[in-house]
Design a protein around this ligand. Structure first.
Ligand SMILES: *[C@@H]1O[C@H](CO)[C@@H](O)[C@H](O)[C@H]1NC(C)=O
Ligand SMILES: *[C@@H]1O[C@H](CO)[C@@H](O)[C@H](O)[C@H]1NC(C)=O
Ligand SMILES: *[C@@H]1O[C@H](CO)[C@@H](O)[C@H](O)[C@H]1NC(C)=O
Ligand SMILES: *[C@@H]1O[C@H](CO)[C@@H](O)[C@H](O)[C@H]1NC(C)=O
Ligand SMILES: *[C@@H]1O[C@H](CO)[C@@H](O)[C@H](O)[C@H]1NC(C)=O
Ligand SMILES: *[C@@H]1O[C@H](CO)[C@@H](O)[C@H](O)[C@H]1NC(C)=O
Ligand SMILES: *[C@@H]1O[C@H](CO)[C@@H](O)[C@H](O)[C@H]1NC(C)=O
Ligand SMILES: *[C@@H]1O[C@H](CO)[C@@H](O)[C@H](O)[C@H]1NC(C)=O
Ligand SMILES: *[C@@H]1O[C@H](CO)[C@@H](O)[C@H](O)[C@H]1NC(C)=O
Ligand SMILES: *[C@@H]1O[C@H](CO)[C@@H](O)[C@H](O)[C@H]1NC(C)=O
Length: 452
């Protein structure tokens, strides 16, 4: 029983999701119980030295290569004891648990030659920061299933300051790496850890299904350029819960590919459930959708969130040429404080990968509901600036109360329509038709939630 613990949980989960239709469970609605793996080895057995100076890339690679042989025997655990374990990037394998003991710190090398350069993601067509390739992430999973990264509050430290400096001085040769990236993988858990100082993103699941991020803490300094916490990208059935994220740019950003590359790849980010998170982002948005959203973003439920000390609270970003959509989104039960702009929706946001994008590929923003929000020290209540040829529609605002330290928070609206009910201060006329049945809402069918 123990041997197959993780696998059994995941199979049960997969049944729940395979039911299809309206009675699916939401991505967070199951008990995440991780059974111990039947085999465990320590990174020490592979010659690793936890002095913060010795490079341990080979030790990690060799350990994981060895643990591959346990994949059909219930999987295995790679145990990382207390210490400072410097490493370049390495790959995980299926049926593996990477466990970081209390006091264990994995340190990302500051030497770019320890980070392989790889092809861009097909849905982006190029590196996000520079044309061409990109550095592989510190910890990678490619076409895996049943993988867990967890611990007793161990730390993954990207030592990103060198990357931030290279980015700011425009001396990078390739787009910056992330800390953890899963590509085309299924049944992934990241839990009970601390992430600090990522070069760029912290956790990037792309083309993945069934990703559960639970009880992690993520931070980077406010001035770190474009650092982002968790980025679900062209992935489905994603749960993010009980996390605290404090970043330079966005805390959580949902994406799905860039212009013609994202449209051609055509994989959406859908069935996402985010709850009980504390988010802070100094120059971006606590919670962001896009601007890369060309594969579409839909069926997202966000609830019980606390957003604070941020430039923006919740932002929807897109531009002409993206195509795609952002629709069927519900954000509910939100506390905000010390936020310059509580809500933003912009159709003029972000750049293009190259000049081959189709300016007539217009994004669709529709059926977005924001409800039960209390905000204090807010300067701009909402700025909604849609696209003339494709106005944003069915934005529904309900039970929202925002206050400023002096005066009243303001609204800006153009090329948007929607409705509102019990919203203070009163929104612009584009959003004040009466709350109607065209608003997207959660329906409950047999005690389960229909949209997710
Ligand atoms: C999950 O665990 C909690 C506490 O152990 C329990 O009360 C609840 O019924 C469980 N839920 C499911 C769906 O098994
Ligand atoms: C890591 O996985 C990638 C495939 O994503 C592969 O190309 C690369 O060679 C692997 N690196 C190592 C060191 O195994
Ligand atoms: C969250 O992680 C911390 C260690 O980082 C641990 O002490 C705590 O018990 C965890 N909480 C839950 C609910 O798993
Ligand atoms: C987890 O570790 C971080 C960094 O070492 C520390 O700041 C934090 O207080 C720890 N959290 C818990 C719950 O032990
Ligand atoms: C970029 O490439 C140049 C030329 O090969 C090299 O001198 C420089 O150190 C590289 N920069 C980084 C940040 O790797
Ligand atoms: C997180 O840690 C807590 C406390 O040790 C443990 O009870 C829980 O099972 C862990 N959860 C996950 C998902 O790793
Ligand atoms: C109000 O929020 C702004 C950010 O928009 C922040 O700079 C300022 O310090 C906050 N004021 C107080 C009194 O917290
Ligand atoms: C309005 O929202 C607040 C939280 O922001 C909540 O406590 C209250 O119950 C909501 N009122 C209604 C009528 O739903
Ligand atoms: C729509 O946006 C365009 C700019 O993109 C602006 O010129 C126009 O006035 C807007 N239309 C309305 C009705 O606000
Ligand atoms: C809609 O908003 C405009 C401007 O804010 C206001 O003049 C008008 O009375 C509002 N209409 C309704 C039905 O609340």
């Amino acid at each position: 029983m123990k041997m197959l613990g993780v696998l059994l949980l995941l199979l049960t989960l997969s049944n729940a999701i395979d039911l299809g239709g309206e009675e699916d469970e939401k991505p967070c609605d199951y008990n995440l119980t991780l059974e111990p793996r039947p085999h465990s080895v320590s990174i020490l057995e592979f010659g690793a030295v936890g002095d913060g100076r010795t490079l341990n890339t080979l030790a990690f690679q060799n350990a994981i290569f060895y643990l591959k042989s346990f994949a059909d025997k219930g999987g295995a655990q790679l145990y990382v004891p207390p210490g400072r374990w410097l490493t370049g990037s390495f790959n995980l394998t299926s049926h593996l648990t990477l466990f970081l003991e209390k006091g264990a710190v994995i340190l990302g090398s500051q030497d770019p030659s320890h980070w392989e350069v790889v092809e861009p993601l097909p849905s982006y067509g190029r590196g996000i920061e520079l044309p061409g390739g990109r550095y592989r992430s510190l910890i990678n999973g490619y076409m895996l299933h049943d993988v867990v990264i967890t611990g007793d509050n161990g730390t993954i430290n990207g030592q990103g300051s060198v990357w931030w400096d290279w980015f700011s001085s425009q001396t990078l040769n390739y787009s910056r790496p992330h800390l953890v990236e899963f590509v085309s993988s299924k049944y992934v858990v990241v839990s009970n850890l601390t992430f600090v100082n990522a070069p760029a993103y912290n956790i990037h699941p792309v083309y993945c299904s069934n990703v559960h991020v639970h009880n992690i803490s993520v931070s980077a300094p406010p001035e770190s350029p474009y650092t982002v916490g968790i980025v679900p990208d062209s992935s489905d059935n994603v749960c993010i819960e009980d996390c605290s994220i404090d970043m330079g740019y966005d805390a959580i950003a949902l994406k799905s590919g860039w212009d013609e590359y994202g449209i051609a790849y055509g994989r959406s980010t859908t069935y996402v459930h985010i709850r009980r998170v504390y988010l802070q982002s100094s120059s971006g948005s606590s919670l962001a959708f896009g601007s890369e959203m060309s594969g579409g973003i839909s069926k997202v439920l966000v609830e019980q969130v606390h957003l604070y000390n941020s430039f923006s609270g919740i932002q929807f970003r897109t531009t002409k040429g993206r195509g795609g959509y952002i629709r069927e989104i519900i954000i509910s039960d939100v506390e905000m404080e010390n936020i310059h702009m509580a809500f933003g929706a912009s159709g003029q946001f972000g750049s293009h990968p190259d000049d081959k994008f189709d300016p007539n590929a217009l994004p669709d923003l529709d059926h977005i509901t924001l409800q039960d929000v209390i905000g204090t020290n807010i300067t701009i209540a909402g700025s909604f600036t849609g696209i003339q040829e494709a106005p944003f529609t069915s934005f529904c605002l309900s039970n929202i109360s925002l206050s400023a330290n002096s005066g009243s928070p303001t609204w800006v609206c153009s090329n948007v329509s929607g409705s509102s009910d019990s919203v203070f201060p009163q929104p612009c006329s584009e959003l004040n038709s009466s709350y109607s049945s065209s608003c997207f809402s959660l329906l409950t069918v047999n005690g389960k939630t229909a949209v997710l």
